[in-house]
Design a protein around this ligand. Sequence first.
Ligand code: FAD
Length: 451
Amino acid sequence: MPADTASVTGWGRTAPTTARLIRPRTYEEAAAAVRDCGARGGIPRGLGRAYGDAAQNAGGSVLDMTGLDRIHAIDADEGIVLCDAGISLHRLTEVLLPLGWFVPVTPGTRHVTVGGAIGADIHGKNHHVSGSFSRHVLSLELLTADGGVRAVGPGTPLFDATAGGMGLTGVILTATVRLQPVETSLMSVDTERARDLDDLMARLTATDHRYRYSVAWIDLLARGAATGRAMLTRGDHAPLDALPERTRARRDPLAFRTSRLPAAPAFLPEGLLSRTTVGLFNELWYRKAPRARTGELQRLSTFFHPLDGVPHWNRVYGRGGFVQYQFVVGHGQEDAVRRIVRRISQRRCPSFLAVLKRFGDADPGWLSFPVPGWTLALDIPARLPGLGAFLDELDEEVAAAGGRVYLAKDSRLRPELLTAMYPRLADFRALRAELDPRGVFVSDLARRLGL
Ligand SMILES: Cc1cc2nc3c(=O)[nH]c(=O)nc-3n(C[C@H](O)[C@H](O)[C@H](O)COP(=O)(O)OP(=O)(O)OC[C@H]3O[C@@H](n4cnc5c(N)ncnc54)[C@H](O)[C@@H]3O)c2cc1C
């Protein structure tokens, strides 16, 4: 089976490490790769969209699962798909949308695999309504450290350890997923501006329940009275009768259309991304946003995955790469959100639009990230002087508020805070010790945090 020694990194392009990159083409090859992965162990990898070091394994093996990407069965009446875990949400959308079905949860990029979606138990703009990805998984097949394959269903400890388990319980080979019915491939979107953070949180609290999908893009470079100013974009799948008669969209309502801009250049000068340029971008974006607009029809790709239109956009941050920082704190911790947003604004991090969202009920995954409350995600160039110490302080603030950071985005959290952030960690470790006593499954993230 194809195997190379390669430098592997996450989407943030920080902390690359070298591993034996193996690309199984059959389940048998995947089992052989697990059996033979050697003293430094192995970790499954999807499309490498985790920002940090979750899908890399210095000196060991990395199993690139994207070669196993078949759809085995579609129940087009019930909206259920059985597929290999290496398939991307992009490919699933290409196949399922014309049949009137959409993936139940999508992150800000559709270039993630089903295995990565379960491994990180990803959330989307519909978390407050639909929960995270694993809620829609009816069953999965897991290749475990002994080389065997287990059928795993929801409501079992192994399922709860695997959903959000960052690939550390084994390799997900297949999954059966319940889908979301849609009449069209367009979204009906309401947009409004919020003048500051309090205004934003009040709007989200008062009206989020009216929308299946909701997110706020927040300008963290705005200061003073404008701190936390934002644009809310919320909506739902457009019904057929919302599409104007005699248009291309109406004639072919389930067509999957995407747009593609030129790729970002391989290397941009580091200095290009200064507070001034990013601040200007954010200012222009805020001014351009409508004060209020309702019922705008947008493509799925525009609404859910605006960054997918620019291939390799992660190069914009230069050779040093970037850190994505995402945390969640519970309802009632609004003051913690205010303090953190104020600190980031005062620190003047050159951060493009950040995302603020309200999460709904948590799902049972032991290391699953979402809990009911407020989540903020922002990108910061990794070479920003003093960044490590600054983020350590934010971690303390998040932990003190009973919150947590998202492991799929992380590349730098200190292990001391992890137990407070993830109270089921002890159960996770105990299950792993029993399931995988030789420690076959391991990643840079797992070593760094002692997972
Ligand atoms: C632009 C962008 C926007 C994003 N937006 C969001 C968002 O809105 N919400 C959100 O939750 N996340 C978001 N993410 C993060 C992303 O959804 C997750 O990191 C996801 O896990 C990436 O999937 P992947 O296939 O690329 O997996 P990888 O990044 O390759 O791996 C991620 C983890 O999943 C494990 N894994 C992968 N395949 C398998 C498998 N077959 N079996 C077992 N474990 C496996 C890996 O071991 C690793 O721990 C975003 C990322 C980007 C780049």
